[in-house]
Design a binder for this molecule. Structure first.
Ligand SMILES: Cc1cc2nc3c(=O)[nH]c(=O)nc-3n(C[C@H](O)[C@H](O)[C@H](O)COP(=O)(O)OP(=O)(O)OC[C@H]3O[C@@H](n4cnc5c(N)ncnc54)[C@H](O)[C@@H]3O)c2cc1C
Length: 413
């Protein structure tokens, strides 16, 4: 039976970052993914400045140049405003969009280039355990044979549905909010606009729901359009996700000439997925096992950004794994728990509390109405982006194109 220092399950942003970091530190590392790359992942394809900073740290600056730059964040709703990302040390003041088909393959290839062994079409079907200690994984290969692979430490970076977490029956002491979102990539006549456009609020049955719609620019006039909301909304199961996307698309300017939702569905361009946020697997380790990215619920609850969190938690998990192996063994991986708590513990804890309230339409409508008032909006921007962001802040329909009406979501059956 083959043995590695570290086996990473999943070759998305969390798994590739973890594999890259482990290989760069000199560990023997295997990364398995059940998919064959290039593979897609339902996503808005937005890379925040923080994600770009981490990718640059991984030596990918030159490769990132090919992905379109996004300069502004535009909020459209009952009030409309736009802001530029602030100057922050070590981070660019812009974002990018990268189709996951291309981006994830780039990351996985980068991990392989650093020395990680990569096996695609290789599905982890069960953890191997010796008592409480995870000591490897059992995989099903492309030829449908099974194989056992030993590892000192396994990093589960197997995404929002984390089969590893499920197979181990892990209970979580913390339960952050879970979102659901749907997106489609499509052609459009929209003039190129280097901005992430966020449309809020969404409504269901005339009530506000905690979520937003987005339009992100890709190349050649193509756009990524999507919508998502938190399942803290009591009636979330009554909402038809695809119907919601269709209604949102209808609310966008007709001159963009977007395709019909039925057409996109037929072409299988409409995909939905979960977003576990604010930590949904805690502690994020067990003897011999670390969880990273969506598998640990690392997505930022306030905006749904998960790529930077997947990268960061993957890097942290590997760093901790390598340190633990050097210090004596895989039994105590609590350094990782401390690292995640230091990074996001307070922020995610506050968000978990706030989002419990956000399941109710009333606090959402109060928050949305509060943002209609310029002084409160300015305070919110300052809190979210820092004082400098207000230098590039513009407000109101005379400064940016008029807002399109917020979509009304109805159950489309
Ligand atoms: C609709 C939508 C829009 C989003 N938009 C954005 C955005 O614009 N910007 C942003 O920052 N974040 C966004 N997110 C969040 C972001 O997509 C995720 O947080 C991110 O992909 C998490 O990365 P990951 O590596 O943890 O998991 P994933 O990217 O899901 O990768 C997990 C990998 O594990 C593999 N895998 C699963 N099971 C097994 C198994 N048993 N054996 C082997 N391999 C396995 C999968 O094939 C996959 O490659 C969005 C999410 C959704 C749903």
């Amino acid at each position: 039976m083959k043995k590695y220092d570290i086996v990473v399950v999943g070759g998305g942003p969390a798994g590739s970052a973890a594999a890259w970091q482990a290989a760069t530190s000199g560990a023997s590392v295997l990364c398995v993914d059940k998919a064959r790359f290039p593979r897609d992942k339902p996503c808005g394809d937005g890379l925040t400045p923080r994600a770009l900073g981490l990718l640059e740290g991984m030596g990918l600056s030159a490769e990132l140049e090919r992905f379109p730059v996004v300069e502004y964040l535009k909020i459209r709703g009952s009030s409309s405003w736009q802001v530029r990302w602030p100057d922050r040390p070590g981070l660019p003041n812009f974002a990018r969009v990268a189709r996951r088909l291309e981006f994830d393959e780039l990351l996985l290839t980068h991990a392989a280039g650093a020395g990680a062994e990569v096996r695609q079409s290789c599905e982890a079907i069960a953890p191997i355990r010796t008592g409480d200690l995870v000591t490897g994984i059992e995989v099903r290969t492309a030829r449908s044979t099974t194989e056992r692979i030993r590892a000192d430490i396994v990093i589960a970076a197997d995404g929002a549905y984390s089969p590893m977490k499920k197979a181990l029956g892990l209970e979580s002491r913390i339960s952050g909010p879970v979102g659901v979102a749907v997106r489609a990539e499509m052609p459009s006549n929209r003039p190129h606009d280097p901005s992430f456009e966020i449309h809020m609020p969404l409504r269901f049955d005339r009530r506000y729901i905690p979520g937003y719609g987005w339009v992100f620019p890709l190349e050649d006039g193509r756009i990524n359009v999507g919508a998502g909301y938190l399942t803290t909304f009591r009636q979330w199961r009554d909402i038809n996700l695809v119907g919601m996307l269709g209604d949102f698309m209808k609310s966008l300017p007709p001159e963009w000439q977007l395709p019909e939702i039925a057409e996109l569905r037929k072409a299988r361009a409409v995909q939905a997925w979960r977003l576990p946020m604010g930590f949904t697997a805690w502690p994020p380790w067990r003897p011999g096992l670390l969880l990273a990215g969506d598998a640990v619920g690392a997505i930022k609850p306030t905006n749904g950004a998960g790529i930077s969190k997947a990268l960061q938690s993957g890097l942290d998990a590997s760093e901790c794994a390598v340190a633990a192996l050097a210090a004596g063994g895989p039994h105590d991986l609590s350094g990782y728990e401390r690292a995640l708590r230091r990074r996001w513990g307070l922020q995610y804890g506050l968000a978990r509390g706030a989002f419990r309230a956000v399941g109710h339409p009333r606090p959402i409508s109060l928050a949305v109405r509060a943002l209609d008032h310029a002084p409160i909006r300015r305070l919110a921007i300052r809190a979210g982006f820092g004082r400098d962001a207000l230098r590039d802040y513009s407000d109101g329909p005379d400064r940016i194109p008029a807002a399109v009406p917020g979509p009304t979501v109805r159950d489309a059956g």
